[in-house]
Design a binder for this molecule. Structure first.
Ligand SMILES: Nc1nc2c(ncn2[C@@H]2O[C@H](COP(=O)(O)OP(=O)(O)OP(=O)(O)O)[C@@H](O)[C@H]2O)c(=O)[nH]1
Ligand SMILES: [Mg+2]
Length: 479
């Protein structure tokens, strides 16, 4: 995968936050709030530009973060103390220029900001130009707001420097709550085993190997582990070298932002689900509902009535049975809710009309369709003409015979008229059959169309509205 650029990432952050807004309360508000915060943090970080690298010292209370902050910066700015926890709020040191916007966003107070600019040692500090070093409160003391500060700032940090002490490096809060969850950021992570001076000379390497093994077990293989002593200033040169290399890589910020957005998307995944495929074919619901409203029965009775020589009775549509409507609605919902988490599934259910409204709307729509005729007018007329012709032929035959006309003169026209009458009768049958078919079809088509209108209004559109929101979020997550 090619490396995303800062604009592409900013666009992705914007898309994610817009999608979250569209989804509204369909994503658990707590999950959404965290995602929104993290996205805003990434956006703020991206705004600062890729030429800055935000490095933070994080770890348990008393591990030596503030002492390392001072050792790395060569300043005595951070409070180092015996009272635990010592650092209540974040402090920042900026190498070259300022980072006001970012530090504002991070809520680093103005008194806790310092710039590392010195003409005297400009050369020595050149490698770190662009670095923003943060000393953070601990994540593990009784002060919960400390952990909250750390959590809030994590998405903004390009390079995480975990500071552990030789006694507490296996602490489960550190591994379970942080390291495992940050596996995707392992390339921009560094672990310092501080207070190395408290270890017997030979033990340092063993502790370092131990830490590396634990990291690998956390899903963070290959993370650099260094031994330091802030007190004796050992290992600090090496740390500065590693930081200098990171600061020199302009892609750190971009990669971290990309990883953070991936993490946001991953956390939203369970709140979104893969979601439904296609909407069920509305035709199916339409056919079932119109059948339940008696449309097929009306059409069938119209077909036999119109086909009958003298017509017949045509059935009336009736309100669909509750059970039938509920079955159609349930089937529709089941398809639409496939693969959706509970909140989304419930929203689909809420969006579509309840069964009684659906049933009433179908009944009304079908009732408004003009009833089919009960006989074929043309067919009926043809039969009358045939009857008249037959009567006329008989009358003519009687009169002609009484008048003494010859058999040929009497019978010829009568037979002709009777043949014509037979033709008309047969024609009437054909016409009635055709009209019967047409009447049934016309009624069925109109009733179906009306029912389809109801299905569209009460099932399809409300469902599509929810699923569209889902699709927007889904595609933002997959981007
Ligand atoms: N022996 C020894 N002590 C150290 C070292 N680094 C820090 N200390 C001491 O450990 C104590 C805690 O150091 P801090 O730098 O305040 O630790 P911190 O991680 O900032 O602690 P919080 O601010 O409470 O999270 C202080 O008494 C330091 O003097 C070290 O490398 N070796
Ligand atoms: Mg501190």
């Amino acid at each position: 995968m090619s490396e995303p650029d800062i604009d592409a990432l900013a666009a992705r952050a914007a898309e994610l936050s817009a999608a979250l807004e569209t989804a509204g309360d369909l994503v658990d508000p707590a999950v959404a709030a965290r995602a929104e915060h993290d996205i805003a943090a990434v956006a703020a970080r991206l705004e600062l530009g890729a030429d800055r690298t935000v490095v933070a010292l994080v770890g348990g209370t008393g591990s030596g973060k503030s002492s390392l902050f001072n050792a790395i910066s060569g300043l005595a700015f951070a409070d180092v103390g015996e009272l635990r926890p010592t650092t209540e709020v974040a402090a920042a040191c900026v190498w070259g220029g300022d980072a006001e916007a970012l530090l504002d966003f991070m809520d680093v107070s103005h008194e806790r900001r310092i710039q590392r600019e010195s003409v005297l040692d400009a050369d020595r500090e050149r490698a770190l130009r662009g670095m923003v070093l943060l000393d953070l409160p601990d994540h593990d003391s009784i002060a919960v707001e400390h952990a909250q500060q750390v959590d809030r700032l994590l998405p903004l940090i390009d390079l995480l420097v975990w500071v552990v002490d030789p006694q507490k490096y296996a602490d489960s809060a550190l591994h379970d709550r942080y390291l495992k969850a940050l596996a995707r950021r392992r390339e921009n992570m560094l672990v310092l085993v501080n207070q190395a001076d408290t270890l017997p000379p030979a033990a340092g390497e063993r502790v370092r190997d131990d830490v590396a093994e634990l990291l690998a077990a956390d899903g963070l293989p290959g993370v650099r582990v260094l031994l330091t002593s802030a007190l004796e200033h050992t290992g600090i040169g090496e740390v500065r070298k590693v930081l200098g290399e990171a600061v020199g890589r302009p892609s750190v910020a971009v990669r971290t932002a990309a990883a953070e957005l991936d993490a946001v998307a991953a956390r939203l995944e369970p709140a979104t689900g893969r979601g439904p495929g296609e909407l069920d074919d509305p035709e199916r619901a339409t056919a079932a509902l119109s059948r339940a409203a008696g449309v097929e029965a009306v059409a069938a009775s119209a077909r036999s009535a119109v086909a009958a020589p003298a017509g017949g009775a045509v059935a009336s549509p009736e309100p669909p049975a509750d059970a039938a409507v509920a079955a159609v609605r349930d089937g529709w919902l089941a398809r639409a809710q496939e693969g959706l988490p509970a909140r989304w599934a419930a929203a689909v259910e809420r969006a579509v009309a309840p069964p009684d409204r659906l049933g009433a709307a179908v009944a009304q729509a079908v009732a408004e369709v003009p009833r089919p005729p009960s006989r074929s007018t043309t067919g009926w007329r043809l039969l009358i003409v045939a009857g008249v012709l037959t009567a006329a032929a008989v009358a003519y035959l009687v009169v002609a015979l009484l008048a003494g006309l010859g058999w040929l003169a009497a019978v010829g026209p009568a037979v002709l008229a009777l043949v014509l009458a037979v033709v008309l009768v047969s024609r009437s049958g054909t016409v009635r059959g055709r009209d019967a078919q047409a009447a049934a079809e016309k009624y069925r088509a109109e009733a179906r169309e009306r029912t389809a209108g109801v299905v569209d209004e009460l099932l399809v559109r409300p469902t599509a509205e929810v699923l569209d929101r889902h699709r927007t979020l889904r595609s933002a997550l997959d981007a």
